[in-house]
Design a protein around this ligand. Structure first.
Ligand code: ADP
Ligand code: MG
Length: 267
């Protein structure tokens, strides 16, 4: 069964989409079977994976509103090396339409049940808000990756996000936990960056990934070519950092499953 991870932070511009696309490409480069789902109506992760959001026959919108089978929306055989369920502006309507539908928080979870065994990882990109789309992603996932820019306002809003994750954990999805906090656009020359980074580690402990994503122009350029940085400039610092993140995620996942399979000691 795939490990399903939501990439979220209600702040915009913190590196959610960049992380989703580049982590998907890095996991695929290590021969993992990956599905990337774009749940942001802006469709940046779709375009950044080389898929034209205006040409989608079926998208995340049709999946969430039961207008197609999930398998019809999955794009396979793409040059990026991972599969994609794309999105575009249609998804804005889903936020409203979902309100009328039964089990509105569980539509993504239900759809993924049919295909989760075909993947090792499913990564879900999210809009910069905590709406019903994000709730669908969180209800379907076992873990949350929170990208954070180490700037003065980084921690603002984080308690609202943690509160939401807690609520979903109690009411909708007992499996859900924070998978990791990712420091993005890191610039070690700025002392403020280091201060905020230290705060994050104090606050979240080993939930903070050791891998740090540097500010790197290749990561910003690659999407305009419809490519993850790894396929645009594989030796760039950004590509190397996301490969390291994939390695860290895989090691953590393997370790957790080994620990889970060791029988508990009884007295
Ligand atoms: P979000 O999805 O959270 O809104 P994005 O991933 O779209 O954030 O990133 C916001 C902007 O910053 C984009 O233009 C992206 O190309 C750029 N960006 C993201 N991460 C980096 C990085 N590590 N170095 C340089 N630019 C980055
Ligand atoms: Mg985004």
């Amino acid at each position: 069964m795939a490990k399903i991870l939501t990439i979220t932070n209600q702040k915009g511009g913190v590196g959610k989409t960049t992380t989703c696309v580049n982590l998907a490409a890095s996991l695929a480069a290590t021969k993992k079977r990956v599905l990337m789902i774009d749940l942001d109506p802006q469709g940046n992760a779709t375009m950044g994976s080389g898929v034209d959001k205006h040409e989608l026959e079926y998208s995340a919108y049709e999946v969430l509103t039961d207008q197609c089978e999930v398998t019809q929306a999955v794009l396979t055989g793409l040059p990026v090396g991972y599969d994609v369920i794309g999105s575009n502006g249609d998804l804005t309507a889903a936020e409203v339409e979902l309100l009328q539908l039964p089990r509105r928080e569980f539509r993504m979870k239900k759809a993924l049940l049919n295909i989760a065994d075909q993947y090792d990882f499913i990564l879900i990109d999210n809009p910069p808000s905590l709406n019903l789309l994000t709730v669908n992603a969180l209800a379907a996932s076992s873990g949350v990756i929170i990208p954070m820019q180490c700037e003065y306002y980084a921690l603002e809003g984080i308690s609202a996000l943690i509160g939401t994750i807690d609520k979903i954990n109690k009411r909708l999805n007992p499996e859900l936990r924070i998978e990791g906090i990712l420091r993005t656009m890191f610039d070690p020359r700025m002392s403020l960056t280091k201060d905020v980074s230290n705060h994050l580690v104090e606050y979240f402990g080993d939930k903070v990934y050791r891998t740090v994503i540097p500010r790197n122009v290749r990561l910003a350029e690659a999407p305009s070519h419809g490519l993850p940085a790894l396929l645009y400039d594989k030796n760039s610092r950004g590509s190397v950092a996301y490969l390291a993140l994939a390695g860290e995620l895989i090691r953590k996942t393997n370790k957790a499953s080994t620990e889970a399979s060791v029988p508990e000691q009884t007295e």
